[in-house]
Design a protein around this ligand. Structure first.
Ligand code: LLP
Length: 429
């Protein structure tokens, strides 16, 4: 974890027991059951504040990436702190609108927006639609013409920048990948847009990947965006007023996130020097990851072929990152502060060998009934949860100082089948 300004204030031990801010995690488990996601509001605000401070003096607007954690109580908290949002679907549009954001607070990214989604975004007055293909541009022009409006559009560029991330699935910016318009096609596409009376090209956007611990790729991307802006303006095609560098912030390769943020701010400076240009960034994980834990209870312990196995009541349907990306998440006991001495696989109840939170990991000597937390689960935890194995999705709880509140109810069995029609009403033709 980072040092200094980024030390997450959210979690600490009191008499050996793990607390989130002023609340004993054991109490949350008793009252709300497990598995439950718990978030520290102070950590979310602290993360946002450290980013804002590092970028002070630059014309930057933060658009929190809703996909990282889409719970409306979290969105409302962020809204109260003055950020905008980055959305990628009509579902996220609905969430953001009902959490209090205006369309003008939003940028809309995504490689496969449907006509219905585009229309809803246009009607909501989204600040910028970040388009990713010529087909999407044509569709958006038609929609905007039908609605008799002019829509602000940013071209999402594939910059062909390779980034080093913990897993290949979290890289997005190389040619051949599905994201964005290849950088060498941008001028042609931008020219084409001059034929589209209902679209106003106002921005250029990119996104490099997730968990990027180096700053050099951002510096390269910033230079590319500035170059493209100058080319577009130089050719008299449009005036570009926003350059959007996307999300993906890691915590810094050295672990010193303070230094990382300073270097990141430096990388953005080249854009700040362009007159009349607003910088947009779309961090998700950076704001919410460290704020969240997945609270889970140990069901059983067994050993097999010399391997100790700890079975928890949370599974890959609740938190899929270890299975999907082989991501490493610290696992701690709520009650046992002793040195971890048990070498074990921590697994869930789902009928898949890929259902694990850790393999060959040293953890405290836990047994049935022990409470564990899976750390750094505030980003892409609940938002990627599913009902696989017909498991209801967990509850979400927000902690704020000495108080805590349920922000998402645990799903019930009835929720699982609510939309199913077990006796089909057949149609013919
Ligand atoms: N902007 C765009 C256009 C994005 O596609 C993403 C993430 C972000 C911003 C936010 O990136 P962040 O700052 O959170 O890294 N499920 C994966 C991450 C995939 C992210 C996809 N796009 C994970 O669990 O790590």
């Amino acid at each position: 974890m980072g040092q200094g300004v980024l030390e997450a204030p959210g979690y600490s031990r009191r008499d050996g027991v793990l607390w989130c801010e002023g609340v004993n995690l054991g109490v949350i488990a008793e009252r709300m059951g497990t598995p439950t996601y718990v978030y520290s509001a102070a950590t979310i605000c602290n993360r946002l504040e450290s980013l804002t401070q590092a970028l002070a003096g630059l014309p930057v607007h933060i658009h929190y990436s809703v996909k990282a954690n889409s719970s409306r109580a979290i969105l409302a908290l962020l809204k109260s702190r003055g950020v905008g949002v980055d959305i990628v679907s009509a579902g996220e549009l609905h969430r953001a609108l009902t959490a209090g954001f205006a369309g003008s607070d939003m940028v809309f990214s995504g490689v496969g927006k449907t006509a219905v989604e585009l229309e809803r975004a246009v009607r909501a007055g989204v600040k910028s639609i970040n388009v990713e293909s010529e087909g999407e541009i044509a569709s958006l022009q038609e929609i905007a013409a039908d609605l008799r409006v002019v829509v602000s559009v940013a071209l999402r560029v594939n910059p062909d920048i390779a980034v080093d991330t913990p897993h290949k699935y979290t890289r997005t910016a190389e040619l051949g990948m599905k994201f964005g318009i290849p950088h060498d096609s941008v001028m042609r596409v931008a020219r084409g847009m001059t034929e589209m009376p209902n679209l106003k090209l106002t921005g250029i956007a990119t996104h490099l990947g997730s968990q990027i611990d180096a700053v050099a790729p951002y510096a390269r991307a910033a230079h590319l965006l500035v170059r493209l802006k100058r080319e577009i303006e130089g050719a008299g095609i449009a005036t570009i007023s926003t350059l959007d560098l996307g999300g993906g912030l890691g915590l810094g390769a050295s672990g010193d996130s303070g230094a990382y943020l300073q270097a990141y701010a430096e990388a953005l400076r080249v854009i700040a020097e362009e007159p009349g240009t607003e910088i947009l960034i779309e961090p998700g994980r950076f704001i919410v990851a460290e704020a969240g834990v997945l609270l889970t209870r140990v069901l059983y312990r067994k050993s097999s072929g010399g391997t100790e196995i700890v079975v928890t009541d949370a599974g890959m349907n609740d938190f899929i990152r270890p299975s999907l990306y082989e991501s490493l998440h610290a696992i701690e006991s709520v009650d046992i502060a002793d040195e971890p001495k048990l070498l074990a696989n921590v697994v869930g109840p789902v009928c898949e060998s890929g259902d694990f939170f850790a393999t060959g990991r040293l953890i405290p000597e836990v047994g049935p009934g022990s409470l564990l937390v899976v750390r750094t689960a505030g980003a892409y935890g609940y938002s990627m949860a599913s009902n696989y194995n017909s498991r209801p999705r967990p509850a979400e709880v927000l902690v704020d100082g000495d108080r805590f509140a349920l922000i998402t109810e645990r799903e019930s069995d009835a929720d699982l089948t609510r939309r199913e029609i077990s006796a089909p009403h057949w149609s013919e033709d």
